[in-house]
Design a protein around this ligand. Structure first.
Ligand code: A2P
Length: 341
């Protein structure tokens, strides 16, 4: 039965549009949809499941008198910071794609394959993690449960679409020989070891997000983690080299089996036939692809893995829509009351 009303804030953006595709694919029990963006997009039409909708300008009154149950926000940090509390105040559950609320102690940070039960403690806002963190923890969680991770070294190779439309257009500009507008350096035929802003420690915010969010989602503040995040000239799909040190002994064959059985993971690992995950193969898919699974012989108990996912799907839109589905299933089963917030 279609009984809920759902809003998408940032409906014209890179992630917002993918959220709309996912809502069409997954057919949630939704009665009515509302779409919001800036004044630039107000009045534009879009079609979802055979029905035409008009994008409205987001204002402080946007959530009044509409009986919206869930609002998926993908309009950047400043918009989330201001409007998510306005929506939550009206009893709407916000699923937020920005970094604004992720480290707030009152806000659950959720990857449905890892910690769906965190949804139960929401107070009106549920945060969707950073795209690079999501794909990493989907692969790390089953290994952490079994072998207790001690230390993680992340090195990422991140697609331009992670920076929104502007990032995508910068690579197209570069291919045409034009100057970048979004990034501080040309991205075409280049790698930029600089995602989000630097802080005084020399790390970028993207790196700190990966470190802090991994600990929060895995529920383990003792983890030792470091990260280097790099923007590469790829349109879709983030790749990550992850070095992991375990507390417990393991057999490599068990690691493979554990990953092969893990929710949301697909192992692609056969070097003899040149099989390993690559961003061009992950595009448009919801799984997290893992390959290059091998021992790190410089450690007593360590491995290296290579993890690839579509950053706009599993890294953003798919994860938020999965959170919405899980939230609805908790409401439907009576596990969570509708007015939890
Ligand atoms: P708009 O397209 O009208 O500017 P991306 O990350 O791909 O750049 O997308 C950002 C999304 O956030 C777009 O949907 C954009 O709408 C939306 N957005 C940007 N500024 C505002 C604003 N002030 N109010 C509402 N939505 C906004």
């Amino acid at each position: 039965m279609s009984k809920y009303n759902l809003a998408v804030v940032g409906a014209s953006g890179m992630v917002g549009q993918k959220v709309i595709d996912l809502l069409a694919e997954r057919e949630l029990p939704v009665k009515n949809y509302y779409f919001f963006a800036s004044a630039r997009s107000a009045g534009k039409k879009l079609t979802l499941l055979g029905k035409e909708y008009t994008i409205e300008e987001l204002t402080e009154e946007s959530f009044d008198n509409k009986e919206i149950d869930i609002a998926i926000f993908s309009a950047g940090g400043a918009i989330s910071k201001k409007y998510a509390p306005i929506a939550a105040e009206k009893g709407i559950v916000v699923i937020d794609n920005s970094s604004s609320w992720r480290m707030d102690k009152e806000v659950p940070l959720v990857v449905p394959e890892v910690n769906p039960e965190a949804i139960l403690s929401h107070k009106g806002i549920i945060a969707n993690p950073n795209c690079s963190t999501i794909q990493a923890v989907v692969a790390l969680y089953p290994l952490h449960k079994k072998y207790q991770i001690l230390r993680i070294v992340y090195s990422t190779y991140q697609a331009v679409s992670g920076a929104g439309m502007g990032g995508y257009e910068d690579l197209e500009r570069g291919i045409r020989g034009e100057e970048p507008k979004k990034f501080v350096h040309p991205i075409f035929a280049n790698c930029i070891p600089h995602i989000d802003v630097f802080d005084e420690s020399g790390y970028t915010k993207e790196e700190l997000k990966m470190i802090d969010e991994t600990k929060k989602i895995l529920g383990d503040q003792t983890l030792r983690i470091t990260a280097t995040t790099v923007r590469v000239p790829v349109f879709h799909g983030h790749s990550e080299s992850i070095n992991i040190e375990f507390e417990k002994d393991f057999k490599l064959s068990d690691i493979r089996e554990t990953l092969a059985q893990a929710k949301g993971v697909k192992v692609l690992d056969d070097p003899s036939s040149n099989l390993y995950p690559m961003p061009i193969d992950a595009e448009g898919k919801d799984e997290v692809f893992v390959g290059r699974i091998r021992k790190d012989y410089s450690l007593d108990r360590g491995i290296n893995i290579w993890v690839v996912a579509d950053n706009i799907r599993k890294g953003a839109a798919t994860n938020t829509v999965q959170i919405a589905q899980k939230l609805i299933s908790y409401w439907e089963s009576g596990t969570l009351k509708k007015n939890n917030s």
